[in-house]
Design a protein around this ligand. Sequence first.
Ligand code: ZN
Ligand code: MN
Length: 482
Amino acid sequence: MPEYIPSIGMEVHAELTTRSKMFCRCPVAFGGEPNTRVCPVCLGLPGALPVPNRAAIEMVLRTALALNCTIAMDSIFHRKNYFYPDLPKGYQVTQYGETNPLGYKGWLDIPVRKGELKRINIRRVHLEEDTGKLMHLPAGGSGVDYNRAGVPLMEIVTDFPPDIVNADEARAYLVELRNVLLYLGVCDGKMEEGSLRCEPNISIRHEGSQEFGTKTELKNLNSFRSVQLGVQFEIRRQAATLDQGKRVMQETRGWNEGTESSFVMRTKETEQDYRYFPDPDLVPMKFDESTLVALKDSIPELPLAKMRRYEKELGLSEKDAAVLTADKDWASFFEEAVGLGGDPKQVCNWMNSDFAKHLNESGLTARESKIAPGHLVDLTRLISKGEISGKIGKELFAEMFQSGRLPTEILKESGKTQISDRDSILPAVEKVLSENSSVATKYRSGQTGAIGFLVGQVMRQMAGRANPSIVQELLREKLDES
Ligand code: ZN
Ligand code: MN
């Protein structure tokens, strides 16, 4: 069996979160009645003139800067000509060329193995407009919805030769890139709604060969899972094709979610077919240094940097830091709690266990829930001061998740405070020892692990309210003295 080396290029389209479209004032939104957000400009009616959306240009520039790109200080829009019913003008406004895209020659570091990063080079970050959507009508036939036509679209393409060599890396790249876009606030990242679309291209070559194989492009991937499965499938399919002595055809393939396999959509157009030329209706863009400095300053701390800071400055494990930073709002909730004086490790533990579990069950986000960062600070303080046990903490958490009341308040009323007074615990210790003399004997004969059972029994006697370390201390004293 010959060995193959895969090469994967990633082309990502991200709809920008602007309020209006790229060249007109039609609002940007998802769904709704077809063709209700259209005007002469985005319908391409004769005589209508486009005006570029400044917010969209700034979003792409900020993304390009965050992805370490060189910025094209002079940049223009081109027309990409082709016919398809979802493209009313007969051309798509986009940016052609190697150094004309708003950003080019950048990179994104992605986590590949525990503690290890891989640099994925990026070829271009450019601005274009989205097309409309073909719809298959229930009564038969097709219709077109132009609500999406002209929505600002950012395209991010990895460099050639590709750095990504397997399906796991393809997925990790997309996860990291999506997270960066969410941190920047330039895209809502909803793959299932099509606001983030990924089209990987895949080729394989014989081990030792310098020449890249023929590539295929995959479309209709609307989740991380389908990206990973799709890339895996294509690698296997191409290997099987070559093993049979056949050639891989250059084609665009669709992904069938149900059968988890790809199918031919069309053979690939070549670049010349599009007849790119500068759009005569759009004036060239020019940027100065001070604009770029201001945009750069507006870039927030990005996920990877945040993760490293949590590890270094707050002493969190890589896994904890990764879970917290995987979601911008989750990270900001955590930081607010720490800012209020919460212990980072304790706050993190509650967030990634009970809080995450309750949110998951209720379908709420952290900000939609009744828990504020202060609740977690209050709860972790009660525990570290020894006023309640971890077990009572869990009960309090469930209660505050329901009511939104502060743990100290709930505690005052319920009388669930932890008992740390030795004299109040001693009777229960003595009772448990007299009822479990065989376990006590085990302990004395050297099986010190038996103490765990005794602690559990005392805690039960005291309805979970005793301070477990005092219980343990008292048990040891009693067991050692007799
Ligand atoms: Zn419009
Ligand atoms: Mn594109």
